[in-house]
Design a protein around this ligand. Sequence first.
Ligand code: HEM
Length: 428
Amino acid sequence: DPHASPSAAAAAPAAAAVPELFGWEFATDPYPAYAWLREHAPVRWTELPSGVGAWLVTRYADARETLADARLSKNPAHHAGESRAKGRTGIPGERGADLMTHLLNIDPPDHTRLRRLVSTAFTPRRVAAFAPRVQELTDRFVDGFAAAGEADLIHDFAFPLPIYAICDLLGVPAEDQDDFRDWAGMMIRHGGGPRGGVARSVKRMRAYLVELIHRKRGDLGDDLISGLIRASDHGEHLTENEAAAMAFILLFAGFETTVNLIGNGVHTLLRHPAQRAALQDALARGDTALLETGVEELLRYDGPVELATWRYATEETVVGGQRIGAGDPVLVVLAAADRDPARFDAPDTVDLARRDNPHLGYGHGIHYCLGAPLARLEARIALATLLTRLPDLRMAVDPEELRWRGGLIMRGLRTLPVAFTPRAPQGE
Ligand code: HEM
C-alpha cells in the first residue's frame, strides 16, 4: 500500500490472529471482531475493501475523544492519499454532483457558520410540531400491508417512511415525492456498489433541489427549505449552493440511517421476546418511558451507523497510545465503542430500561447528529405503532437467512420478512 506509514506496520499485530473484517460473516455479526480489536488492537491500521487504508478506533474512551478532537479534520483535502480518497464521506456520487460543501465535509469556522444557520431553521420545535404528520405517514404504510398478514418491513415500511417524512418536512411537493423515493432507492441499493446509476440519481436530486430552492425563493412557505432560505445570522445567509447542499445532506444523512434504525430496532426486538413483551405491556398502559430509553438502547446495541464518517489528522498526533501520521484517515467505529465493557455494564445484553447510556450512535462533538430529534421521533412512532397495531408481529424467516447490506459506514438489513394476524386497515 503506497500510503502505509511506518507507524502502521508497527501497529499491525500478527496477521493470523486478526479476525476477518468486511467479509460475509462480519457483515452479519461484526461484534465479535470488534471485541477482538478493542482488546488487542484498539487503534489499528486497516486496509478497507476499496483499497484505502485508515485507522480504526474501537474503544469507547478513545472514540469519544477522537470525535471531539479539533486536530482531526473533516475536509478530505487533508487526506495524504487525497487523490484516491477525495469525497469519501460515505455518500455515493457526491463528488460529481458538487455537493462537497455540506456539514460533514467541513471544519470551523465554515462549519460553525453553516450549522448555526441551519439550526435556526431546523429547530426542535419544528420537529415536535411534525409528530402528527409522522404518525399519519406511519399509519398509511401499515395500512398498506395490515390486511395481508405478511410484509417485508424494510421495503414496505422502514424504507418509505423516512423518505416521505423528510420530503414533507423540507417542503418537496407531494407530486414530486415519488421521484425522491426512486432516487433514494437507487442510492441505498447501490451505495458502495456500482456507481453510475447512483451518480445520475444524485445529479437529478441536486438539479431538482436547486430548482426548488429557486422557485421557493419567490414564494416562501413554512417548510424547512423556506426556513433555510430565510435563515440568517449577523446578516449572513446561505448561498443557493449551500442551501442545496444542506437540503441534500439532510435528505441523505436522515434517510438510510432512519431506515436502519427502524429495521435494526425491530430485528433486535423480535429476537429478544422478553424485552419486546415488556415494551408492549408498557405501551398498552400508555407508559412511554420504556419506549424512550428503549430507542436509545436499540441505537447503542445495533445502531444504523457502524463507523462515523471520515476524519483526517492535520498534524502528527497520538490516539489511544498509537502514533497517527499527518494526513492519515481515522475512522471511529461507533458500533465497537458502544459495546465497550469498560463503559457499559453487560454491553452485549439488550436492556431497554438502561439508564446510564451515553452511547455514541449519533456521534459526539461539533458534528453531533443534527437530526437526532427527528430520528428519535420517527423511531418512537414507528416502533410503537407496529407493536400496538400488529401485536403478534413475528419474523417470517429463520434469522440465519437474513442478509445484511455490508456497507462500510452503515449497518442495515436488506429485507426483514414478517408475519402477523391480518388486521383491517385503520378507519375501515
Ligand atoms: C451527523 C447518526 C438521523 C442529519 C450524524 C453523525 C452520526 C449520525 C453518527 C455524526 C457523523 C460524524 O461525526 O462523522 C444518525 C443516526 C440517525 C440519524 C443514527 C438515525 C437513527 C438523522 C436525520 C437527519 C440527520 C433524520 C436529518 C434529517 C445529520 C446531519 C449531520 C449528522 C446534517 C451532520 C452534522 C454536522 O456535521 O454538523 N448523524 N443520524 N441525521 N446527521 Fe444524523
